[in-house]
Design a protein around this ligand. Structure first.
Ligand SMILES: Cc1cc2nc3c(=O)[nH]c(=O)nc-3n(C[C@H](O)[C@H](O)[C@H](O)COP(=O)(O)OP(=O)(O)OC[C@H]3O[C@@H](n4cnc5c(N)ncnc54)[C@H](O)[C@@H]3O)c2cc1C
Length: 465
């Protein structure tokens, strides 16, 4: 692969001038842990390059010394996908907006840019992301590399919004790719698992900034399951949280307002209402109430969950889209999430409910259920199929293996595909059967990283070497 000089002009926010890095950094042995604390490691070296020249020099230097290289985003993956004992790179000093094309509404960001920085960077251009997940701490490159998604059957995850990438490959070459230039690399690197190259820049398809009218409240869980498919098809964004042992679920439905459209008269501005996600989930999760009760008195969890669900009334509010999509997660938990075919989603959920009720785990954290449109990204969990996402969570101080294992059996039997950044036990053989274009990804990796410069234990398991 050769460097493609098809550069977009630098904005005034350009990073500091390229600094020639001729040797590996001196920092040594920095300890690192992911958000949940479940993955802890010590790399031999760490570096925070400030230019693509520096990234290139680091990759060449490390691979020449036989060191593996891993770029970490915000460390928000629950598994060891971002772990390394070699050279750990972070792009915290390589962030910001590179350019915006007002005609195509494609905005290009440096790879280390955090999602929570995007609204501020896009605001002067009147743009926003079309959809987002639950939190916005992640680096844009980290989020797309694992297929991060929100909810909405008419919307894809972030990776399918990618229009171009600028990568540093394992041999140090810098490559621009999009649908026309290096289309195969572009297709796969959108969910690249950090295996194909270091993402220096990402061009994201944006939409005109918009507001959302959100309706939230608790409803009987049987009804919520019954109506999920129809509501997902008719509402812009629909999801629910079910606390195991409770007979009600928290439901969240978002309506996108057209430009100039007034919200319903009973929709209050955000700030005048306490959102259920904040009031219940964040406060339960945030203050650790149910979680702590679960840790010391598991027998009380069903009653706490029932009580939380029973207290909920309906609330309606209006706010900028990103404020509605995102909420804080202050208490640490472990999470496993699978995508299953949309039409099977609620049958799978009913089976999970049976398994959870039959087990004697006292689970204080909810199961979250979302949806997404089919997309064309080969390793996207929604590749070529509309999907229901089912995510189970457990407080970090409570054992998750048995509970997740039982639910995972149901999800795998349903042809589920695991979120690449969350806990799961699938290996290359199972994943090859789940993804029609898995072989193409592995072959491309053999071509662009034959020495496995970007390899680690997780990639060995999921890609088979
Ligand atoms: C509280 C919480 C809430 C979450 N909510 C959601 C949600 O709503 N929806 C959802 O889908 N997921 C969700 N996730 C999962 C999360 O979005 C993904 O795991 C995401 O990959 C984390 O991004 P990160 O920047 O922390 O990347 P990391 O975890 O640091 O890295 C993930 C992968 O990206 C690679 N990577 C990072 N930067 C680069 C780069 N510049 N070039 C190449 N590869 C790179 C890493 O090497 C690694 O392979 C959540 C996680 C947490 C902890």
């Amino acid at each position: 692969m050769t460097d493609q000089p098809n550069r977009t002009p630098r904005s005034p926010r350009s990073p500091r001038e390229p600094r020639r890095a001729t040797s590996l950094p001196r920092e040594r042995g920095n300890a690192w842990r992911n958000w949940s604390g479940g993955v802890q490691e010590r790399s031999q070296l760490t570096a925070g390059p400030t230019s693509e020249t520096a990234v290139k020099a680091l990759v060449i230097g490390a691979s020449g010394s036989g060191l593996k290289v891993k770029t970490v985003g915000a460390g928000h993956s629950f598994n060891d996908i971002a772990a390394t004992d070699g050279l750990r790179l972070h792009l915290d000093d390589y962030r910001g907006l590179v350019s915006v094309n007002p005609e195509t509404m494609v905005a290009t960001f440096r790879g280390g840019t955090r999602l929570h920085e995007l609204p501020g960077l896009l605001k002067p251009h009147g743009l926003a992301l079309a959809n987002q997940g639950d939190v916005d701490e992640q680096a844009i490159a980290g989020a797309i590399s694992t297929g991060t998604h929100g909810t909405g059957l008419g919307f894809t995850g972030l990776s399918a919004m990618v229009k171009s990438l600028r990568l540093c490959l394992a041999d140090g070459s810098i490559v621009y790719c999009d649908e026309r230039m290096h289309p195969e690399l572009f297709a796969h690197a959108r969910v690249g698992l950090g295996a194909l190259g270091i993402i220096l820049e990402v061009g994201m398809q944006c939409v005109p900034a918009f507001r959302i009218e959100a309706t939230e409240g608790a409803e009987p869980v049987d009804e919520v399951l019954e109506r999920f498919a129809e509501r997902s098809r008719t509402a812009d964004h629909h999801e629910f949280f079910w606390f195991p042992h409770a007979d009600r679920a928290f439901v969240k439905t978002n309506r996108r307002l057209a430009e100039g459209e007034l919200p319903s008269p009973d929709a209050l501005p955000l700030g005048a209402v306490t959102r259920f996600v904040d009031a219940e989930i964040v406060q339960n999760w945030g203050h650790g109430l149910a979680a702590s009760i679960g840790a010391v008195a598991p027998g009380m969890v069903p009653r706490v969950n029932q009580l939380s669900a029973g207290l909920m009334g309906t609330r309606k509010y209006v706010a900028d889209a990103h404020q509605v999509f995102v909420s804080a997660r202050r208490v640490r938990f472990n999470e496993m999430e699978y995508a299953v075919p949309f039409d099977d989603g609620m049958e799978v959920m009913r089976e999970i409910r049976r398994v959870v009720e039959a087990g004697d785990w006292r689970v204080s954290f909810p199961i979250e259920v979302r949806s997404a449109a089919a997309d064309d990204v080969p390793l996207s969990t929604a590749y070529d199929r509309e999907s229901v996402y089912i995510a189970v969570h457990r407080y970090v101080r409570e054992p998750h293996l048995e509970y997740f294992g039982a639910v995972e059996q149901v999800l795998r039997a349903a042809g589920g595909r695991p979120h690449w950044g969350k806990l799961h036990t699938m290996d290359a053989a199972g994943l090859a059967a789940a993804y029609p274009r898995f072989g193409e990804f592995v072959a491309l990796r053999d071509e662009v990283d034959p020495q496995r410069v970007f390899g680690n234990a997780y990639l060995e398991r999921v890609l088979g070497g």
